[in-house]
Design a protein around this ligand. Structure first.
Ligand code: FE2
Length: 310
């Protein structure tokens, strides 16, 4: 078994984003292979959780979810718990938004062995809250967070806060204007792009306000397909995969299966291994093709990982 950075780890998770399982992919085995490699990586560490941060599929069609089911079937018991965050692409299919969501819920039941019926839900794993939020409607690339969901999110964060443990929030879209957005929204830069492009949408400040009311919050996103960046990129260009804002750690994952851009490392197969300890949280970028941690980048304090002392 691959060793964790320190002894006495309380929880281990493999986190990837934008796996984009796609029957129309020119070589459709590619995203499937990468997802299976990441699942294999989770299995190797005896992961407590395997989490995707949305766009598990390129379109939330029956066929694409069937292909996703096959991947999970081929790597059984990859983690004790599997969590699939909703992404904008998962909400798109040839029918209505509700058709895509129903397909997502069906796939969720088969893959994760639990039932959900809203795009927002939470899991308590080893005493730690993992809270997923996501769009309630087809609103293009942004997320529509309904009043009902916002109220639920506030309450859930409150419950999580009472544990005194760090809190892990997953939303496909980053908060607006973080991680270099809107500049990093697309490979091609456009100085006239609206400031909100690539972000969560019009309730960004409200979500940020909730996150900042608690200690040791970690907010994971994907969506922009920005490559992996560390502290050197932050110094040079002002953005990074890992950003600290008023004590909240914001993490924007590269796409596992699509070509990334704007990053120091833009290759396929990159995800993050999360290790939670009693007194610290460690985020370790990993290449799930090679199965090795990425050691070439300075992520924080010249180390190849991000560490927060609680
Ligand atoms: Fe995506």
């Amino acid at each position: 078994m691959i060793k964790t950075l320190y002894d006495n780890v309380c929880l281990k998770a493999t986190i990837v984003s934008d796996t984009h399982i796609d029957e129309k992919h020119p070589v459709k085995i590619v995203p499937m292979y990468l997802l299976m490699r990441a699942l294999g990586g989770a299995k190797k560490i005896d992961a407590d959780a395997f989490i995707t941060v949305g766009d598990t599929t390129s379109r939330g069609s029956v066929k694409n979810w069937q292909m996703a089911r096959e991947c999970f079937k081929k790597v059984p018991d990859a983690a004790k718990k599997i969590i699939l965050t909703i992404g904008n692409h998962d909400g798109w299919c040839d029918g209505e938004f509700s058709d895509a969501m129903n397909e997502y819920y069906r796939a969720y039941k088969d893959i994760c062995k639990r039932e959900i019926n809203t795009p927002y839900f939470s899991e308590n794993i080893n005493g730690y809250y993992f809270i997923c939020i996501g769009t309630d409607a087809d609103s293009g690339c942004e997320a529509t967070i309904s009043d009902e969901q916002m109220l639920w999110f506030r309450n859930e964060m409150n419950k999580a806060g009472e544990t005194g443990n760090p809190i892990f929030v997953f939303c496909h879209q980053s908060l607006n204007q973080r991680h270099g957005l809107p500049r990093t929204w697309d490979r091609h830069e456009d100085p006239n792009r609206p400031l909100t492009d690539g972000g969560i949408g019009d309730r960004s400040d409200e979500v940020a306000g909730i996150l900042k009311s608690y200690k040791n919050v970690f907010y994971f996103s994907g969506h922009s397909h920005m490559g992996l960046c560390g502290e050197d990129m932050k110094k040079a260009e002002g953005y990074s995969t890992f950003e600290d804002e008023d004590g909240v750690t914001l993490i924007n994952l590269p796409s596992l299966s699509c070509g990334n851009h704007h990053g120091e490392m833009q290759g396929l197969g990159i995800g993050i291994q999360l290790e939670i300890y009693k007194d610290k949280v460690v985020l370790r970028p990993k290449n799930y093709i090679s199965g090795k941690f990425i050691t070439k980048l300075n992520i924080k304090d010249k180390k190849p990982y991000y560490e927060i002392i609680l």
